[in-house]
Design a protein around this ligand. Structure first.
Ligand SMILES: [Zn+2]
Length: 205
């Protein structure tokens, strides 16, 4: 179990769906779930025991990093078109944002940037301004490993927050057509930890 500080994020009521509904829901069908996972997580992040192979649409991205609407509007060339097109094509009932404990991308982003290197990239910049700032301002981890785990867990919640800034997603959440699930996978054991808003922690499912 990975406990987090409560009250750091403001999510709309009912945004998080239950693991029970995701796994045993009555209307489970193909392509009803979008999984946003890290590109460093291997080729089949959707290879989970409870789901048929055609259940998930998988979007793998560096660090599972997702832009907010404001970022998309500010930076030309950066867009959320891919996600929007996926939502047009599939009636997603669930969105899983999935991090993993052995994330080399986040470990790398925690290293100091190369001095004088002006372009550190959109993804790293998003991480530094979002997740890293949030963790460093609100937690006092005792070890490097603890800090890294906090970053990995909070990063999942920050990407959910970013996705919720897009009106085409928020409208679905408010209409109770789509719910979110925050996951962190233990790469060694393949155990899934899901975010529980009530417990403010990632708990095993
Ligand atoms: Zn990763």
């Amino acid at each position: 179990m990975f406990p987090l500080k409560a009250g750091l994020h403001h999510f709309p009521h009912g945004v998080f769906g239950s693991a029970d509904d995701l796994i045993h829901g009555t209307n489970v069908r193909a392509r009803d779930t979008l999984m946003v996972a890290c590109s460093g997580q291997g080729f089949s992040p959707d290879n989970v025991s409870f789901a048929e192979p055609d259940r998930f649409s998988v979007l793998q991205h560096i660090g599972a990093s997702m832009p907010s609407r404001a970022e998309c509007e500010k930076h030309e060339g950066l867009s959320c078109d891919g996600v929007e097109k996926l939502f047009d094509r599939h009636d997603f009932r669930h969105v899983i944002v999935c991090g993993h404990l052995d994330c080399r991308v986040i470990r790398n982003w925690l290293q100091p940037s190369i001095e004088g290197h002006a372009d550190i990239g959109d993804f790293r910049l998003r991480f530094e301004k979002g997740t890293r700032k949030l963790v460093d301002n609100n937690y006092s981890p005792k070890t490097v490993a603890e800090r890294c785990t906090l970053m990995i867990c909070e990063h999942v919640l920050c990407q959910i927050k970013n996705l919720l800034t897009h009106p085409f997603i928020m409208e679905r959440v408010l209409a109770e057509r789509t719910s979110f699930h925050g996951w962190v996978i233990d790469d060694e054991t393949a155990r899934v930890f899901a975010y529980s808003f009530e417990e403010s922690a990632f708990v095993p499912i």
